[in-house]
Design a protein around this ligand. Structure first.
Ligand SMILES: *Cc1c(COP(=O)(O)O)cnc(C)c1O
Length: 366
């Protein structure tokens, strides 16, 4: 391995701080991605990703070049037929799925739910029952990165099962840490990306789906050319290649990131994240800061913190931290007056302690 790369601490919800070994795994001999050797690498990556949440005999990972939204857009534009879909909106990413459905002219019903508390399951059931349209699918975000709210996908999956509705889940910021079992949770399609809990580089996103559901899409008229989920699935099955140029080096990094996830273990990774979160929360308390989402609905991965005082200037605090090699994130919902701290990536509670010391200094100085 070559000399060390400067280590920044990203307290952002992705891309995240990566290991030295993931960074260097991108430095490889040039290769034409249409060579069989590279096809094998992609097949390996796909199978390993599937294995994290489902049985690869019955489920398939479909890789795309693109950020996470590409996978979500592929799923939302490719899967629904002519019946209506329900989209649960309790944060910016639920809203984004509605916006995608809007662009493609998909018949969707928006189920709104508070962004800082659990989904009312009775209300959701009434919503399903009160619709005069046939509903084929329901789309929901597993972990709303907007706020740190963790949606109870297992309960929603059970409800969907009862009404024969297939479920699509944006698991972008839960995948790789928070346990998901697609079959048990009745999830038929799931989207995620390389650069959050997987701790890889940004540029690859993917949809994991039940093969029989993918096969059912065969005769569907495509709404998108590049993001056509069935075409991408079918082409890979036949050629072991992506339809279009894959991000070669990002995939090498992802392969290494998956190795490291397996070494650490998914449960242990989540434990490490939760240990950082506990340190964060107790530090915030000590400093008199409060956060938005109550613990019972919290992912323990990203925390929305109320601005410490009126007239708080996020940009100035951001610049202070940036100069120390720490990157922090603004709130995503303007009206909330929060900023966000994520505790994913190759960081530990020690890094969070360092952040808290600096935060204390900063708040004292202002
Ligand atoms: C990060 C994220 C996305 C995708 O964002 P990109 O910027 O396209 O990578 C989608 N949904 C959720 C819940 C996310 O956290």
């Amino acid at each position: 391995m070559s000399s060390a790369v400067k280590r920044n601490i990203l307290l952002t919800p992705g891309p995240v701080t990566t290991t030295e070994s993931v960074k260097w795994s991108q430095v490889v001999p040039d290769i034409c991605p249409r060579e069989a050797e590279f096809g094998e690498i992609m097949e390996h990556i796909s199978t390993e990703l599937t294995r994290l949440v489902a049985d690869p005999d019955h489920y398939q990972t479909i890789l795309f070049a693109g950020s996470g939204t590409a996978a979500v857009e592929s799923m939302i534009s490719s899967v629904p037929g002519n019946q209506a879909i329900i989209i649960v909106n309790n944060g910016a990413y639920g809203k984004r799925m509605c916006e995608i459905a809007e662009v493609y002219g998909i018949d969707y019903l928006e189920f709104r739910s508070p962004f800082d508390g659990g989904i009312n399951m009775d209300a959701l059931e009434r919503f399903i029952l009160s619709s005069d349209r046939l509903i084929s699918h329901l789309a929901v975000v597993h972990h709303e990165t907007t706020t740190g709210l963790l949606n109870k996908v297992k309960e929603i999956g059970a409800l969907c099962k009862k009404y024969h509705i297939d479920m699509m889940v944006d698991a972008m910021s839960s995948f790789g840490a928070i346990p998901v079992q697609m079959k048990e949770m009745n999830i038929h399609f799931l989207a995620s990306s390389s650069n959050k809990n997987l701790q890889g580089m940004p540029g690859v996103s993917f949809v994991i789906a039940e093969k029989s559901k993918l096969d059912n899409l065969k005769d569907r008229k495509p709404r998108s050319y590049y993001l056509n989920l069935y075409a991408q699935y079918q082409y890979f099955a036949e050629h072991a290649q992506m339809r279009f140029t894959p991000p070669v080096q990002i995939l090498y990094a992802l392969r290494q990131a998956i190795r490291e996830l397996k070494q650490e273990g998914m449960a242990k990774r989540y434990e490490r994240y939760m240990a950082s979160w506990k340190t964060l929360i107790s530090g915030l308390k000590r400093l008199g800061l409060t956060n938005l989402v109550p613990e019972e609905h919290h992912s323990k991965i990203i925390t929305s913190i109320h601005e410490p005082y009126a007239g708080f200037d996020f940009q100035s605090m951001h610049d202070f931290f940036y100069s120390k090699g720490i990157m922090i994130y603004p709130g995503k919902l303007e009206e909330l007056k929060t900023f966000r701290i994520a505790n994913i990536g190759d960081i530990t509670a020690k890094d969070i302690e360092f952040f808290l010391e600096l935060l204390e200094d900063y708040l004292r100085g202002t």
